[in-house]
Ligand binder design. Structure first.
Ligand SMILES: [Zn+2]
Length: 353
């Protein structure tokens, strides 16, 4: 690509990809903090930028890449050229949906690469005070949270971590691994917990969960959950190999709640995300449905019960008070300890084992 062509790659697009929140033609400076009034200005005509505070910050789109990622000129060119090519490929591919003709070798390599990137993210996002206090508030013990590798990230750390990882892996690979999706939280100034979805020693996806309540999220019009990609596995799916009796609940907090009480549990990533192929995993098992007792959860429960019946999979439904989930009941201490012998006392026995 000619230098002139590279220099004309729209600077706002590149800036946005770095996670800069652009309002009009301004953004908060990436080089100095705090920057209460956005000091970074973009000149769209000239395709340049500058910071009114930092004398060394500014220049062309190439300078932007060099300064944000702290890399030399030739690497910035590679970054911009490489990304240009990736984008063209993506655009070309878009009408046809997912990549066609990808052989299993490439798929294996993609899984390995995604695992490496997600592991790397988790290694830099240890559970900290704020995340711990949220989990503790939900009655989750730290030993189970640590065992399940729950992480935590503040919005101000996201940008920095993302840049560092961009340098190591390249932006397009981070994007392919779904990491750019967490920008949704960062731009809203929200801290979030990271729940790794692991199987066979690999991290397949990470669910991010901000600390807002359902009502707060609704009021602000933000999503409480962001996942690196549509989940292909259950949360804690690994446990399915080793147990016949299985508790099936919604999401990660409920899974952790039941796990710490000694129940072999897997979590559905979300009620609308149950994949047809997942039913095979339940063959020969005895399942306790512990979905939320809200309209979506009840509907999902009814659907799963019907499908389990069709397939001859033994199941029970945990009868939770209206509108509650497992964790809320646990906190209210309304969920009696369900043990093998006395399950009838706390469960609606719909389908006997
Ligand atoms: Zn600055």
């Amino acid at each position: 690509m000619e230098l002139r062509t590279i220099k004309s790659i729209p600077i706002l697009d590149v800036a946005e990809r770095f996670g800069l929140k652009i309002r009009g033609w301004s953004a908060h400076c990436f080089a100095h903090q705090p920057d209460r009034n956005p000091s970074l200005r973009f000149n769209i005509k000239k395709n340049t930028f500058c910071c009114y505070v930092c004398p060394q910050v500014g220049g062309s789109v190439i300078d932007l890449v060099m300064q944000v990622l702290n890399i030399p000129f030739h690497e910035a060119l590679e970054y911009l050229c490489g990304k240009g090519e990736t984008e063209r490929r993506e655009r070309k591919r878009a009408p046809h949906g997912p990549i066609i003709g990808m052989d299993s070798l490439e798929k294996g390599a993609a899984t390995r690469e995604r695992n490496e990137i997600l592991q790397s993210l988790l290694s830099e996002t240890p559970l900290e005070k704020e995340g711990i206090s949220y989990l503790t508030g939900r009655g989750i013990h730290m030993d189970i949270a640590r065992k399940m590798g729950v992480g935590f990230l503040r919005p101000e750390d996201y940008r920095n971590l993302f840049w560092r990882m961009s340098r190591r892996f390249g932006h397009s690979r981070l994007k392919a691994a779904g990491l750019t999706r967490f920008y949704l939280f960062a731009k809203e100034g929200l801290s979030f917990l990271l729940f790794p979805y692991r199987l066979e020693g690999r991290v397949h996806a990470i669910k991010g969960r901000c600390l807002l309540t359902k009502a707060e999220a609704k009021e602000r019009g933000v999503s409480r959950f962001v996942m690196t990609e549509r989940a292909q596995i259950f949360y804690n799916q690994e446990i399915m190999k080793t147990t016949r009796d299985l508790y099936l609940c919604e999401g990660e907090i409920d899974t952790l709640t039941l796990l710490q009480e000694g129940y072999p549990t897997v979590g559905i990533p979300g009620t609308g995300s149950f994949k047809e192929s997942w039913f095979d995993l339940f063959m020969g098992k005895r399942v306790v449905l512990c979905l939320d007792s809200d309209p979506a959860g009840c509907e999902a429960s009814a659907y799963l019960a019907e499908e389990f019946s069709k397939r001859g999979i033994a199941h029970l439904k945990l009868d939770l008070p209206s509108g509650k989930d497992v964790n809320e009941c646990y906190l209210d201490a309304t969920l009696l300890h369900v043990k093998e012998g006395d399950c009838c006392s706390t469960m609606n026995r719909r389908k006997p084992f």
